[in-house]
Design a protein around this ligand. Structure first.
Ligand code: CAA
Length: 260
């Protein structure tokens, strides 16, 4: 598949997707959205692929936000009637049941920060900078920032960032729970691919279920979430991979996964 605004390639069992508009700091326009949806659908459908990594091209940015040039003259009625930004969550997040990692290599601002937060977790380079500066453009986050950032870092920091537009550096982002780990800039991609390969080596159904369970913590109350967890756990005990995983442990060898 060839794309114009992204690249997608398979590295063993890992799909590497790269935002590829470096001249505009990988700003996210509608074409990027549609191409990402296609690349992630291909990843999801391919049984040889177990985890994806999303990163930005160039040395400066993961993505500096939704494309301001695309939005500047667009009438409000079009934003509303197209339900602008809805496809990011409905297609990219909800339709991707396999795990994926955002490898944030620079600016992740506005929609860029929001896209990174759609990933299952974020690995950040020491140069990463996160922010929701939409207020300075007379708007507000539209791709989930006010919700996901608040869930990740708590009200005080999320509110301050949204109201002032200030950026958070990688160290603060890790301390605040926004990123899983900070990695030296030059090692980010290798480390993200290595982490993704580890995940891709896990039993595939168990990987999807673990992802679904952790996400449920953001979507359900505690009682409902605990019940959901137990039921999914019980369902996994019926899989061949459960039998194989436990047998392999007892026989002191690696598991040989079937995905069922
Ligand atoms: N949309 C479109 N183009 C963008 C862009 C964006 N979000 N961010 C950067 N660019 C373009 C610039 O216009 C510039 O293009 P030209 O060379 O054609 O002028 C190029 O990328 C390089 O950018 P700068 O010259 O500005 O680079 P810098 O190093 O001086 O500054 C920056 C870097 C601080 C990230 C700055 O580019 C910036 O503030 N960008 C905008 C950040 C922003 O406001 N993001 C939120 C967008 S709205 C949104 O995302 C809504 C939502 O919730 C989904």
């Amino acid at each position: 598949m060839s794309y114009e605004t992204i690249t997608a390639e398979q590295r063993g069992a890992v799909t590497l997707v790269t935002l590829n508009r470096p001249k505009s700091l990988n700003a996210l326009n509608s074409q990027v959205c549609e191409e990402l949806i296609e690349a992630f659908a291909a990843f999801e459908a391919d049984d040889s692929q177990g985890c994806a990594v999303l990163t930005g091209s160039g040395d400066k940015a993961f993505a500096a936000g939704a494309d301001i040039k695309e939005m500047a003259d667009k009438p409000a009625a079009e934003f509303y009637n197209e339900d602008f930004f809805s496809r990011w969550t409905s297609r990219l997040v909800k339709d991707t049941r396999k795990p994926w990692i955002a490898a944030v290599n620079g600016f992740a601002l506005g929609g860029g920060c929001e896209l990174a937060m759609m990933a299952d977790f974020i690995l950040a380079s020491e140069n990463a900078k996160f922010g929701q500066p939409e207020i300075k453009l007379g708007v507000a986050p539209g791709m989930g920032g006010s919700q996901r950032l608040t869930l990740a870092v708590g009200k005080a920091k999320a509110m301050e960032m949204c109201l002032t537009g200030r950026m958070m550096d990688a160290e603060e982002a890790e301390r605040s729970g926004l990123v899983a780990r900070v990695i030296p800039h030059d090692e980010l991609l290798d480390e993200a691919l290595k982490t993704a390969a580890t995940i891709a080596g896990m039993p595939p159904m168990a990987a999807k279920v673990n992802k679904e369970m952790v996400n449920a913590a953001f979507e359900m109350g505690l009682d409902q979430g605990l019940l959901h967890e137990r039921r999914l756990f019980q369902i996994l005990t019926a899989t061949e991979d459960k039998k194989e995983g436990m047998k392999a442990f007892i026989e002191k060898r690696d598991g040989n996964w079937k995905g069922r």
